[in-house]
Design a binder for this molecule. Structure first.
Ligand code: ATP
Ligand code: MG
Length: 389
């Protein structure tokens, strides 16, 4: 009897022609993250199996190493046995239950899955026989088929795998399987969450941060580097663009009506991000906007922002409340970094009364009168600092 880890992945999206592509991608990622461990990874009938020759398995390190891979839905520590006779399944199952749950009273059921249908008993028969054995063996156990506290799973494959717990993971699609997006990443709460959500749907992230020294400090930039580092836990290495934004910001600030400043800054950011997106073959831009959260996020403002670029802007937080966004930020580990008190470039020049219902033609018109802006936008994109994290 050996310890192993059963790795479950989403099945719905795996049907059809893309299945092999997704599975190979996932296998590669799992192997890469487990490369420092003495284990092997194989795929069998809709599962990955992590096993070792010694039969030992350091779950405390192995589970965290793979739990952030998008596309995986659950991880089950299990025992593996080569002997699939019903007698052996009964013995191992009863031992497993007694060891893990025998100290208290509990209800249970047994659920069997046969990958090989040639097994002489069907799934129900195996579950019933093993269940009887557990009942006879552990005084504190009782059967509950509808709402059990413990479900003992038996999976019969080349070998048999027995487990009762599944650590739920993030789900989604394998990272990089849905093209690329340029993420406008500030040091705030929202945009790292937006990045996480799109990365979870398989979009490879190219974050773009707008930095305005001396109005924004080095520590504001460090915050963005730290946030990116947290995202790499899910994605692997990330290429971050830091855009020198001061000249663009001053150009707009000096010439525009104060109430149009916010939307004009936003459009300039989007235009620069679109230039980076073209350079990096991105198919979309991603922002942390949430409808109605602040003046710059009314529907009219979002429309006026979108019209600055032709690439689609994805806003995965559009329909979420602030608290829902905070909950996700806390779950993925970005919240504590985001609330560090260093200013964002947009908070410095905030007008007292920003326009909340900008008209696209009026914004276009105002923008056209900003002398030197188009050129400064090109220069900012060209002078971007690239940091691999
Ligand atoms: P966040 O919490 O993500 O900073 P926010 O609530 O502060 O968002 P805004 O300041 O209106 O809202 O910004 C909306 C979006 O614009 C951000 O989510 C982000 O995608 C982008 N953005 C704003 N400032 C920057 C910046 N300095 N660098 C990169 N992107 C930015
Ligand atoms: Mg912000």
């Amino acid at each position: 009897m050996k310890k192993a880890l059963l790795v479950k992945y989403g099945e719905i999206f795996l049907r059809g022609a893309n299945r092999g592509f997704f599975e190979r991608r996932l296998a590669k990622m799992i192997k890469r993250r487990l490369s420092g461990f003495d284990v092997r990874v194989t795929r069998e009938n809709g599962r990955f199996l992590v096993e070792s020759d010694s039969g030992d398995m350091d779950y405390n390190h192995i589970i965290p190493a793979v739990s952030k891979i998008f596309g995986l839905i659950g991880l089950s520590p299990c025992v593996m046995t080569e002997d699939q006779s019903i007698e052996n399944l009964c013995k191992i199952s009863a031992d497993f239950i007694r060891t893990h749950y025998g100290q208290r009273t509990f209800s249970f059921k047994v659920k069997t899955r046969r990958a090989d249908k040639r097994y002489p008993l069907n799934s129900q028969e195996i579950s019933a026989i093993v269940g009887e054995k557990i009942l006879g063996d552990t005084q504190s156990a009782r059967v509950d088929l509808h709402n059990p506290e413990v479900t003992l799973h038996i999976e019969l494959r080349k070998n048999a795998y027995i487990y009762a717990e599944t650590v739920k993971t993030h789900g989604g699609l394998p990272y990089g399987s849905s093209g690329r997006g340029a993420l406008l990443l500030s040091g705030g709460i929202d945009s790292p969450v937006a990045g996480y959500m799109m990365a979870k749907r398989g979009v490879e992230l190219i974050p773009v941060y707008f930095h305005s020294p001396p109005y924004t400090s080095e520590r504001a930039k460090e915050k963005v580097l730290d946030l990116t580092r947290v995202l790499t836990g899910f994605t692997g290495n990330i290429k971050l663009y830091v855009i020198p934004f001061t000249d663009v910001q001053l150009c707009i600030h000096r010439q525009c009506q104060p109430e149009k400043l916010t939307i004009l800054l936003k459009r300039a950011m989007l235009k620069i991000a679109a230039l980076i997106a073209a350079r990096e073959n991105c198919h979309c831009l991603i922002t942390g906007d949430s409808v109605g959260q602040v003046a710059s996020q009314t529907m009219q403002s979002l429309a006026a922002a979108q019209s600055a670029v032709s690439l689609p802007i994805l806003r995965p937080l559009a329909g979420l409340d602030k608290q829902e966004i905070i909950d996700i930020a806390a779950k993925i580990g970005t919240f504590d970094i985001s609330i560090r008190p260093y200013e964002d470039c947009c908070t410095i020049f905030i007008p007292a009364h920003p326009e909340t219902k900008p008209k696209i033609h009026a914004i276009d018109n105002a923008e056209r009168h900003l002398e030197g802006l188009e050129e400064l936008i090109l220069i900012a994109a060209e002078q971007a600092e690239i940091i691999i994290i």
